[in-house]
Design a protein around this ligand. Sequence first.
Ligand SMILES: Nc1ncnc2c1ncn2[C@@H]1O[C@H](COP(=O)(O)OP(=O)(O)OP(=O)(O)O)[C@@H](O)[C@H]1O
Length: 855
Amino acid sequence: MGDREEKTVLFDESMLQQYQKNTTGKSSLVIVDGSGIQEYDLSKFVDGAYTFGRNENNSIRLNSSIVSGNHGELYLQEGRCYIRDNHSSNGSYLAYGTQFIQMAPDQYYGGDGRDMIVRLGTNHSMDGIDPVLLLYNGQQKEGRWKTYSLHDGDNSIGRAADCDIRLKNVAISRYHAGVRKVKNQFYVFDNGSTNGVFVNGSRIVKPYCLSNKDIFTILNTTFIYDGNVLYYKVNPEGIALEVHDLNKEVPAKGGKKTILDKVSLSIGANEFVAIIGGSGAGKTTLMTAMSGFDSKVTGHVYCNGTDLHENFQTLKNIIGFVPQQDIIYENITLKKMLYYTAKMKMPQDTSNQEIEERIEEVLRMVELSEHKDTYIRRLSGGQKKRASIAVELLANPGLFFLDEPTSGLDPGTEEHLMRTLSKLSKEQEKTIVMVTHTINNLDLCDKVIIMGYGGRLCYCGSPAGIKDFFHTDNLVKVYDIITADSKGWETQFKMSGINAVSGQVRESNGEAIKPRTVSGFAQLGILVRRYTTLIMNDVQRLALIFGQPLIIGLLLTLVARSGIYELFTETQSILFTLMSGGIWMGLLNTIQEVNKERVILKREYMGNLKLPIYMLSKYIVQGVISLIQAVILVLTFVLIKGAPDCKGVIFSNATVEIIVLIFLTIYAAAGMGLLLSSITKSADRAMAIAPFVLIVQLIFSGILFELNGVTDKLSYLTYSRWAMESIGSTCDLNSLDPPGQEESEQVEEQFDDLVATCNDAIAEMQEAYDEKINELQDAVETYSALANNPQTFEEYTSEPQTIEAEYEPAETEENKMYVRSKARTVRSWLILYGSTFLCAGVSVLVLRKLKDEQR
Ligand SMILES: Nc1ncnc2c1ncn2[C@@H]1O[C@H](COP(=O)(O)OP(=O)(O)OP(=O)(O)O)[C@@H](O)[C@H]1O
């Protein structure tokens, strides 16, 4: 390998033998020491022990001062390779995923066919000392190590065609990382990649100065830095899982209940594993805990040696999870669905062409290529399930979990799906774990996990071994056998030693670093486009959204008398109906928006989705819808019935002001709808709450009932009150003829008539009185003449009397709600707008709980 001088002496040629029959594949050993790198095909060597160290008597003589004379031993047996440290002075360190642990002296490690990287002498860089690396490649093709000579300046690593080291994995960014020479030192740096660069086990956040034999990894590619050379190899071997003592308890009556009982097991790379067991046995609980998606468990899950729960944020990109419900939208074509998901999941710099290629690739994997332009709602149950799998495959996860993917499928489709999964595990190098109820086709699996009640592990091994273990010839009977004594079978399985896991608990890798993901801004663009597409593809919904305001507007014109905007009561009723229509539409636009996609949302949130961005995307699209609805509703009415005569309070055009207000009302109600949709787990439940919310708005609007005291204060919490205040002042309701104006005029007329009648009567009475007085005078004069006693009277005329009375109507008070003032109108608008965003904030907080939701 390379053009370096090969000094290291490896196995003596006499040890060469014919290919061993029992070797299942080719394995190789790569040695990197002070002399460079050499690779040997181990399958050509006889079984037995091979010592390594500095001394000449070793089978493998190493050129480094840091290794001991007789440092350790390799042991080959039936194609397997074990490694042991022989009490060396400086120790040997075995890499588990991204970290090194010190090997206990005299203990054999390995033997499971997986790759091993061992650093001899030190697990960290030391000036002037060349550590030695032994790299065991288990059962893989030869010659996978490539050499790259570093040049001055930047050496780029990534997916792009012009990178110096080109890696074809889709999860690798186009210009993922680089190695740069600065003052005779080489530094590796992360170029803002999505999935990061790990040096000696830790993700780097700034350029890292490389020392000889430093190992760094980029996803599944391992690099070794050695002087001016990089050795690198793509690890196709997939991900192995080791589960140690997984335990879960949940609160129950009178204490706690164990639903996962210290489960330990191991799953090899690229294995296809089924979890079976009775209903409620704990299958889903185990799988969710193994996937890292449930953090409320104790115990450890190691993913190629790295603690999954502790490093979930870093590792979640390599995990695919298909829950029981489909994680796809209905009103979108399969290809579009995959496109938006790819945009969310794949590195941000992935070009559209690469996305197209990847989509074609995953469609081929799940055998749905011919359905790529079909709307998902038209796919069959089995096809939808495969579509969900395709969604998860996009980011090329190495570890795949599926919860009952075969439920509801007919036997033929079920077998087809099982074969697809089995093929995926082998051809695409994926480790697949699935929960299933069916026992048909279990022979397609490499391993079966059988759970007994109480979350007890009763079996984990080959499908062929089940019948032997449970002493039955019928798999169906296994369910009954376990139900009868789950605890007993759990004990028997533990004692059997089948699928035992190594007892080693590895140290944590330290603080988990969040992976860089698609930026919030980019996510927003993708989500807005996806949401818009979903709405545009739903013709019925579109008709409802834009038909409603038109119909409400038209109906209002039917009931509104001509002369609207003159009478207070009439105008107020129309404005109230406009406002209520706005609240109604806004609420119904959104009340099912979040809960109906809860499963998809949860899955995406467990990935890289940012909840505030998700919510913002809903608000942006709903904002546009609310505006269009407001324009349609108000213009339909105004164009037929005319606009108010007055000017607006803020704008000179009152119609524009009414549109703004109705928009804000619809938008605020849409915000409330999104909140209710976030709180409720199903669309049905949300719809059950909707009438209550609407009734509250009507009661406290201040229109139907007079509000004072507490009720008045309560009305401050409703949209209807602020909307009515604003719309009423815009239309200057207080300047219109107040209620009872006509009645008042009639009363005045009657009053005046009565006064006139009274005055007529008084005048008549006076005339009669004067007449009688005069008659009396005449009589007195006559009688006094007869009696010769003349009497004289002055002529009598009474003073004219009239009633002076004027009708004074009772004063009508100005309605305080509709007082026109810019400050009051702005206040109403701000309250409506602010409440919209308050709802958004609360919705995000509520949705954060999704992470802890089990189902
Ligand atoms: N969060 C929880 N709180 C209380 N009990 C829980 C919780 N999650 C699961 N359980 C209980 O734990 C047990 C195992 O549940 P799990 O869903 O894992 O079973 P399962 O084997 O997948 O069942 P099924 O096949 O019916 O889906 C059940 O009795 C379930 O009711």
